[in-house]
Design a protein. Structure first.
Length: 501
């Protein structure tokens, strides 16, 4: 018995020593946040990491669930070409037809990547004031992290409504179980973050290309205040945007050879180097469904694109362009061949590819043209029609459009003109659905659009004999928000689903 007791004590001591010497140690293959963040270089690297999820957020891969599906295909700007050969994307079709559900890939892609951005930004913001850094480099990193967190929450709150707001890295499992925060409180944080970012970020001339500068933060602030109908605050923010200018040629704004140009305030960076794994692919998604994409200038032959036919311009959008508007030819192409006669496709991002299916196109988020249109809207809503008209005509009557200036008009007429200009100038840049929602016109516009599609499916690229199901395009108030992904509700008991899903 005595020997057994001694043996038990020896085992306890041995395991206690092991625990003290080995089990408490951090794995050598990992670094904790406290151990990693030591130098300015560490924070520079971490900030680059915050940008990385923006690529999948806006679209990567051939099975792409990029932001365009919710920002454009949900609207009257674009729809899809019904694909006989590949019926594996019903959830993407559901975004367009308002038959989407809690398992949809588009909503999941947005929710996931926005929160990855937020999580990475939180790590930087939790550490950057604790390691003794000072100066403009520190301010720049902190400003970028604040901007990107604000941007991600702005994206989430517009598409999902109340969302969990987390402002610090969780250290326990319980801290990951967070309920939904009221929209008003999320907006307060967005404004606080964007305001702080604007104070910290450098002017565009002093910023690394591809990184956000002061103008991006002020444009975001203006956009947020426009959504909240805080017109004076929006005007103040937007008038602080400086260091940018409109390019005289509209098509050149989107040319991959002209990335991060004078008009670009914030764009998602892609690179088609085959070894980098950072290429864009959405140009292939936006082409017609072709056995050989090589029939479109600049694209290599030898691969099909049966995953294409998405985000196709509607007849309604095409008809919305004024006669002589040069932006039509720069934005929309038409292909005739095989089964197609004059089928439209987005040309704005179609610049070919060296190696299929990798393209080098960036995705624009904020351009100076939008800053001017947001400013025109803020001014008009305050009764400053003269100033509003000046800002509007800087975009509308620019040499790159070939159009004449819009004449003086009353507030309501000018309001409609500004929103119409946004539809044309910002076509395929994920603005239209959110514009319809914030102006209270989404249900009416999309129910009318759905009625036209069901009455004449062929005009909206359905083959003869195929029509949308009768239940489609039933746009109720609940469909103005997207569903919280099902798995998020399943793993978080504090998270509730949006009504109607």
């Amino acid at each position: 018995m005595k020997h057994k007791i001694l043996l038990a004590l020896l085992i306890c001591l041995l395991f206690g020593a092991c625990k003290k010497q080995f089990l408490d140690k951090t794995p050598i293959s990992q670094l904790s946040a406290v151990d990693f963040y030591k130098s300015q270089s560490d924070f520079d690297q971490a900030v680059v990491g915050i940008y990385v999820p923006l690529r999948p957020l806006y679209g990567v891969g051939l099975a792409d669930y990029g932001a365009w599906s919710m920002g454009e295909m949900r609207s009257d700007n674009t729809c899809f070409i019904f694909n006989f050969a590949n019926r594996g994307y019903a959830d993407r079709e559901g975004v367009e037809t308002f038959l989407d559900d809690v398992n949809g890939g588009g909503a999941s892609n947005k929710y996931d990547n926005d929160y990855i951005i937020i999580g990475r930004a939180n790590q930087v913001l939790a550490q950057i004031d604790n390691v003794g850094l000072t100066g403009t480099a520190k301010d720049n990193d902190k400003g970028q992290a604040l901007f990107l967190r604000a941007f991600a929450y702005f994206d989430l709150v517009q598409y999902f409504g109340d969302v969990p707001m987390v402002l610090a890295p969780p250290t326990t499992y319980d801290q990951t179980q967070v309920g939904r925060t009221a929209v008003a409180d999320v907006y307060k944080q967005i404004i606080a973050d964007a305001t702080a970012a604007a104070a910290l970020l450098p002017l565009p001339a002093n910023q690394t290309k591809g990184h956000v500068a002061k103008g991006a933060a002020y444009t975001l602030l203006g956009n947020v205040n426009i959504v909240l109908k805080q017109w004076a605050a929006a005007e103040t923010a937007l008038k602080n945007v400086s260091g940018y200018s409109l390019l005289p040629d509209y098509a050149s704004v989107f040319d991959p050879n002209n990335k991060n140009n004078a008009e670009s305030i914030f764009e998602i960076q892609y690179w088609d180097d085959p070894a980098a794994g950072q290429a864009s692919n959405f140009a292939y998604n936006f082409l017609p469904i072709l056995a050989d994409p090589g029939v479109i200038s600049g694209f290599p032959s030898g691969s099909s694109n049966t995953y294409a036919g998405w985000n196709t311009p509607t007849p309604d959008l095409i008809a919305a362009y004024e006669a002589g508007d040069k932006r039509l030819n720069a934005s929309i192409g038409f292909y005739t061949g095989g089964i197609y006669v004059n089928i439209p496709y987005i040309k704005k991002y179609v610049h070919g590819a060296k190696i299929a299916p990798n393209t080098n196109d960036d995705f624009p988020v904020y351009r100076y043209a939008e800053t001017l249109l947001l400013l025109a809207e803020a001014l008009n809503e305050q009764g400053k029609s003269g100033e509003a008209l000046t800002a509007l005509n800087q975009v509308h009557a620019n040499v790159r459009t070939g159009l004449t200036p819009i004449a003086a008009a009353d507030q309501a007429t000018l309001r409609n003109a500004i929103l119409h200009e946004r539809q044309i100038e910002l076509a395929f840049e994920n603005k239209r659905w959110l514009d319809l929602v914030r102006t209270g016109t989404a249900a009416a516009v999309m129910n009318a659009q759905g009625a036209k599609i069901k009455a004449n499916p062929k005009a909206y690229y359905y083959p003869t004999g195929i029509s949308p199901v009768q239940a489609s395009y039933n746009v109720t108030t609940s469909r103005l928000l997207f569903p919280i992904p099902a798995r998020e509700v399943q793993i978080n008991p504090k998270l509730t689903q949006n009504p109607g899903y």
